[in-house]
Design a protein around this ligand. Structure first.
Ligand SMILES: [Zn+2]
Ligand SMILES: [Zn+2]
Ligand SMILES: [Zn+2]
Length: 153
């Protein structure tokens, strides 16, 4: 399982490139939200993002509605993922051009997040398809302890 790398130096550059390629202007709000996600080693709520921006950026941070809109856009472009268990967002650690199908595991000790390949769970839905169900979405998240937190117990 590839581990989430908090030091994603190239995330900001990659995200800005993909926004531009998709026809989106690099507004200040988009740039600073991307920067906040790039520097975070765990999922951040929109409010936590604003708190961080207050500390790291000069000038007023964007309002919460704007931050939500930027996060929505980043999610649509597969640059960030919503993590329901902790009600926050993380930068995608895979950054694949063909999109990311991932399921997060959240460390209950330190909040670190790793991504598990989502294709492994697709067979779960096959019996539903056979029963006539059309699957339009799913939410699947894992909780546990990262290697460091497990070792510290
Ligand atoms: Zn991802
Ligand atoms: Zn941990
Ligand atoms: Zn999935």
């Amino acid at each position: 399982m590839p581990t989430y790398n908090p030091a994603m130096d190239d995330f900001a550059a990659h995200a800005e490139g993909r926004l531009k390629a998709a026809g989106y202007r690099l507004t200040r709000a988009r740039r600073v939200v991307v920067a906040a996600l790039a520097q975070a080693d765990r999922a951040l709520s929109p409010y936590a993002i604003i708190e961080r921006l207050r500390a790291t950026e000069s000038g007023a941070p964007p309002d919460v509605v704007t931050v939500y809109r930027v996060l929505d856009l980043l999610e649509t472009l597969d640059l960030a993922h919503r993590v329901h268990t902790v009600n926050g967002y993380v930068a995608c650690s895979r950054l694949r051009v063909d999109g990311c199908h991932h399921h997060p595991i959240i460390c209950a000790g330190c909040g670190r997040i790793a991504e598990i390949d989502g294709h492994a769970v697709e067979p779960l839905t096959e019996p539903l398809g056979a029963d006539g169900w059309t699957i339009t979405g799913h939410v699947l998240e894992f909780s546990g302890l990262c290697p460091e937190c497990a070792a510290a117990r």
